[in-house]
Design a protein around this ligand. Structure first.
Ligand code: RP5
Length: 170
């Protein structure tokens, strides 16, 4: 297997996001996507965020996944610093349990998009899949792995359906 041309940058605002974002990292591993993971905050470490954003291309990254909760400016700040595609994952928690993060992440002004996914674990998994889909445009091996990933999902549902039909025949 040839090494993928692009890596996926995963960045999250706090170590308290890690529990949810582990499902993103696990999915990247399952899809054999090379990746780097950082904990950096738009509010608490703003200089480190802009340094990281400035070094993305020279470090071989092709897509950014940014996860944050509450005021959740991380994805937007990253998008402001790079022309690479940025995928935002709103984190649950806080007084509004992710509804705040969802609105902060999704409501980007025109010209600086953040592809905003579902709050929490589904968004975290889908961020890895979407990153692979973007990279698959330039990498046929990734495209093949995505097809296998989809086929596995389909098979899982069909297996459950057939188990259920054995229990409750039509
Ligand atoms: C955000 O604030 C982080 O992404 C996290 O989801 C939330 C709470 O952070 P901690 O106070 O747990 O570090 O910046």
């Amino acid at each position: 297997m040839a090494e993928s041309k692009y890596r996926v940058a995963v960045i999250m605002g706090s170590d308290s996001d890690l529990k949810v974002m582990e499902s993103c990292i696990d999915t990247l591993k399952k899809l054999e996507m090379p990746h780097g993971v950082r904990i950096l905050s738009a509010h608490r470490t703003p200089e480190a965020v802009s340094e990281f954003a400035a070094s993305l291309q020279e470090n071989g990254f092709g897509v950014v996944i940014a996860a944050a909760g509450m005021a959740a400016h991380l994805a937007g700040v990253m998008a402001g610093h790079t022309t690479l595609p940025v995928i935002g994952v709103p984190m649950p928690g806080g007084a509004f349990d992710g509804q705040d993060a969802l609105l902060s992440t999704v409501q980007m002004p025109r010209g600086v998009p953040v592809a905003t996914l579902a709050v929490g674990r589904s968004g975290a998994v889908n961020a890895a899949v979407l990153a692979a889909q973007i990279i698959s445009l330039a990498d046929e091996e990734v495209a093949e792995r995505l097809k296998a990933f989809r086929a596995e999902q389909t098979q899982k549902v069909l297996t459950k359906d057939s188990e259920l039909r054995q229990k409750w025949p039509e």
